[in-house]
Write a protein that binds this ligand. Sequence first.
Ligand SMILES: Cc1cc2nc3c(=O)[nH]c(=O)nc-3n(C[C@H](O)[C@H](O)[C@H](O)COP(=O)(O)OP(=O)(O)OC[C@H]3O[C@@H](n4cnc5c(N)ncnc54)[C@H](O)[C@@H]3O)c2cc1C
Length: 370
Amino acid sequence: MIIIGGGLAGLTAAIHLSRLDIQVILFEKEKYPHHKVCGEYLSKEVIPYLEFLGIEISSLKPATIDRLHFSTKEGKITSHELEMGGLGISRNTLDHYLFQQAKTANCEIIQDAVLNVNFQDDRFEVETASSGKFIADFVLGAFGKRSTLDKSLTREFISNKSGWLGIKAHYKNAAYPKDLVSLHNFNGGYCGLSATETGAINVCYLASYDSFKKYKDPEIFKNEVLMKNPKLAEFFSNSEMLFENELSIAQVNFDKKEQVHQHILMLGDAAGLIHPLCGNGMAMAIHSGKIASEILLEYFQKKQTDRREVENEYQNEWNRQFKHRMRTGRILQKILLNEGLAELSQNIISKFPILMPQIIKRTHGEPIHV
Ligand SMILES: Cc1cc2nc3c(=O)[nH]c(=O)nc-3n(C[C@H](O)[C@H](O)[C@H](O)COP(=O)(O)OP(=O)(O)OC[C@H]3O[C@@H](n4cnc5c(N)ncnc54)[C@H](O)[C@@H]3O)c2cc1C
């Protein structure tokens, strides 16, 4: 069996399946460790499942986060307790750790890009950039929110233009509390701050092209737009950037995607990207790896189901777990970040802070026990 993409979704499925003696080859185009554009807030709902896999995130010494601040673009703050809470952990460390766990579990990991996948005569042929072709009975697509592979596979969403870009860097700021995730609005987007296992504060923001294109440079954009929010101004004035340059990704797209495409079971962002405001994409990626692994294990162990049933079961379980969260994420994006509605909706939240726990509940899952 082949997994394409070694982010959270792909590595989780690789560990789960390899630990139960399924032969897995995983392709990842990048070298580990590497930084990724991400808010790095991991919802605690996945901890019981990760422990079941023998993965002890606590050994990485993440920040424990149980408070949320939400500020309007004028810097008006509301404070909220996070009932379940989350962990602040850099993708650099987390993905690398899962990569090592997958290797220990005997998963074969090949550092190469997959160029195309063809399904014929009930099996897949996977074409790579420099390692040749591979044959597999199942393929899991865990290649993230946007990959050249989406083009080769002629996925519908790939031709749609997206109006968003994501930018991130780590900062040194001794005053920022380790137990706090804060979301700060600005004209054309929002910025999330939270501590990581190194003590560095991760700063990650999503901005519309329309707001960014006038400035083009993240440093100028930070000074001219983000720092108009007094809370962000206070943070940046007392911080030092630890990266040489910010990381950025373009074309962040929230369109609906297929969860099964050309018989490939899509995991994580390849199946659908929940709006980052919700802080649940990392947990959903891990959870989708679990769902696919369990269904495939049933197939391999009992041989009771055929391919069509595997695909239907995956689709149904994906919908049951994630469809409503994705819908809520889309609604939130429309009302909190839409130019006409942003001010009104942000002020409503600041006047009625009781709404926030409801929003969090609707965009997160229950703890995943196995
Ligand atoms: C701005 C922003 C902020 C976010 N903040 C948060 C947050 O705070 N909390 C949260 O829970 N979620 C957050 N998310 C969402 C979260 O980052 C994703 O949901 C999560 O990373 C999905 O994991 P994944 O494994 O599906 O994809 P990824 O982690 O993107 O992994 C995909 C992997 O596939 C590899 N790949 C791609 N194409 C190929 C190919 N052809 N061949 C081989 N390898 C390939 C890539 O190199 C990559 O390593 C945020 C997202 C954005 C955009």
